[in-house]
Ligand binder design. Sequence first.
Ligand SMILES: Cc1ncc(COP(=O)(O)O)c(C=O)c1O
Length: 368
Amino acid sequence: MPAHPLLTADPKADYLAHADEIRAAVERVLASGHYILGPEVEAFEREFAGYLGGGQLIGVANGTEAIELALRAVGVQRGDAVATVANTVSATAAAIEQIGARPVFVEIEADTMVMSAVALAAALARGPVKAVVPVHLYGHPTAMPAIMELSRRHGAKVVEDCAQSHGAAVAGKKAGAWGDAAAFSFYPTKNLGALGDGGAVFTRDAGTADAVRLLRQYGWRQRYVSEIPGRNSRLDELQAAILRVKLRHLDAGNAARRLLAARYLALLRDARLRLPEWASDAEPVWHQFVVRTPRRDDLRAHLAARQIHCGVLYPVPLHRQPAYARPQLLLSETERACAEVLCLPVHPAITPADVDRVSEEILRWAKS
Ligand SMILES: Cc1ncc(COP(=O)(O)O)c(C=O)c1O
């Protein structure tokens, strides 16, 4: 019998694992007659804010707009410089550019592949930076104590990109709870994923929360009266009800990912690959399990031929993409990471036996 295919993400399996609860939640919304910004959104906002340690959560349409609205709410305007990394999805830069602000790409740490505080210090020293957007890539939190200290010293605001880090923590505090605001995506493949688009801004600052609430719906505080220029970026009731179910399973899902990651780490010790590294005070949530090799494409093809489908997040750094090209900018660690990374299947639908199968194939490849 041919081996069953393994995928880097499997949102359908995640739906099926909680199908009864999700169907009940969807039925509840359908019967309620309330479909936009209603009790489910309010309950989810309260519940996820509580999960993050207390603060305010504002549901929005997707993660990209969460970043954009958070940046606007902390005061970023047209022409401002916003420091971020280049080994991220285009959404991070697109959110900055929607404001007419300018992404300034800073180098990553060679080992953890998240923003380097040393590189950020250099960028902050070079010129005024209005805000910093660290990306907690692959579920590995950035070194937030250092990033916050530097940003505060230079008067820069911090908006954490938490699209891949629901539940991660650093120095005992959740990713998202460090900055002036944080942006979450609930794209279906995320650790906390909806069954459609969704996003949220989290903040502990009442003024920032108020600004995002106005921005997400036409600038309205009072219906039909725009206090500021706003837009439509609403989270709908169906997605919020589904997210409430998924939130109840987030910690269990992250625990399952941790076990799988530990198994990969043990089995792949001698595989001649660079294995994931993280800071001693970081608690990653393994959105991705990322190995590195200069022979990445060869390994990827070897695994794909055996029905093991791996992702590459991300093959081309933003400063080498046509839309964001910076021909003069050299970010050698970022470029090396993008050339070498391979994301192995790691999510709650993957079993320990699947990890054994992937690892065996990798070890076989390593000997070839
Ligand atoms: C790091 C990062 N930032 C931002 C986003 C954008 O989120 P969305 O697709 O919900 O707009 C994503 C998700 O794709 C992401 O992974």
